[in-house]
Design a protein around this ligand. Structure first.
Ligand SMILES: NC(=O)c1ccc[n+]([C@@H]2O[C@H](COP(=O)([O-])OP(=O)(O)OC[C@H]3O[C@@H](n4cnc5c(N)ncnc54)[C@H](OP(=O)(O)O)[C@@H]3O)[C@@H](O)[C@H]2O)c1
Length: 260
């Protein structure tokens, strides 16, 4: 498999190093911002079996378009903050019969944690005493805030919680309302990513925390997604990373019990 990583920031460089070291990757190319403001030339992208995008939100749409023009039909999109372009990108992929795996976080641990958060939200939500909250911490220079991962964790928590309905607005300067979820984003130092989902009651706190020590887990997940895309034909459009992880995860306990 030949790969092209778009994005030469810390994440793109870490991913490129992981691809270059993988036995099943033939050529691994790393490209930064193109000179042409319209995007990369399709000729530059022609050799890619998979294009992996870890660039900037504003570049994703053009990167997908140029990748498709180059003949690539498999994309791994890890860039965050491009949600507004997602429907257009999905339509373009479907039109050209291309498939992408897109996720704000490619850490396999996070994919499993997100399932646990949903389950915890349901279980702790049954007890009025437990108040949920989310804290995320990233390096000072991270472009977006809150992180795409924190947004996804809050979406999963809110979907499962019986009372919380929306995120609290930090700019309001007021305590969160009963149906609002508190989410705090810290930007300081060099942290590659920490997410903490807590449930706080008067006498105890329960915490689900994931801390990235470096970017290797994100790179491993992105490589896994690239392999998944090429292993067999995938339906055109955008797939969540949970589909990739789901192929490996054990079925839920309830399913096991029914099948036993
Ligand atoms: N999904 C995950 O698991 C995961 C994990 C970590 C990070 N991320 C996300 O991945 C993205 C990259 O992370 P980072 O920390 O490396 O960010 P970063 O420091 O902002 O680096 C992005 C790099 O991409 C370059 N770039 C801009 N447009 C480009 C284009 N069209 N083609 C190729 N490169 C282009 C930028 O150049 P300029 O400086 O000239 O703009 C910059 O060097 C962010 O959106 C981040 O949130 C995702």
């Amino acid at each position: 498999m030949n790969t092209i990583v778009l994005g030469d920031g810390p994440m793109g460089r870490a991913l490129h190093a992981a691809l270059a070291a993988a036995a099943d990757v033939g050529r691994a190319t790393l490209l930064g911002r193109p000179d042409d403001p319209a995007g990369h030339s399709p000729r530059e992208l022609r050799s890619a079996d998979v294009v992996l995008d870890f660039s900037r939100a504003a570049a994703v749409m053009a990167n997908v378009r140029r990748g498709l023009e180059a003949g690539c039909r498999a994309f791994v999109i890890g860039t965050t903050g491009w949600d507004a372009d997602r429907p257009r990108a999905a339509a373009l992929l479907e039109e050209h019969r291309g498939a992408a795996v897109a996720a704000a976080n490619f850490s396999p641990g996070l994919a499993i944690l997100a399932d646990l958060v949903e389950e915890a939200s349901r279980r702790f939500g049954a007890f009025e005493a437990f108040d949920p909250f989310i804290v995320e911490w990233h390096r000072a220079a991270k472009a977006d805030r809150p992180s795409g991962t924190a947004k996804e964790l809050s979406r999963r928590l809110l979907a499962a919680h019986p009372v919380k309905r929306r995120l609290a607005d930090p700019s309001a300067g007021l305590p969160p309302a009963a149906d609002e979820l508190e989410l705090a984003a810290i930007r300081a130092g060099a942290s590659p990513g920490m997410h903490l989902v807590g449930f706080d009651a008067p006498g105890e706190t329960v915490e689900l925390r994931i801390t990235a020590r470096d970017r290797s887990a994100y790179a491993a997940g992105a490589l896994e997604a690239a392999r998944w895309l090429l292993r067999e034909p995938r339906s055109p459009g955008i797939h969540p990373f949970s589909e990739v992880v789901g192929e490996r995860s054990a079925p839920p306990v309830a399913t096991l019990a029914i099948n036993a």
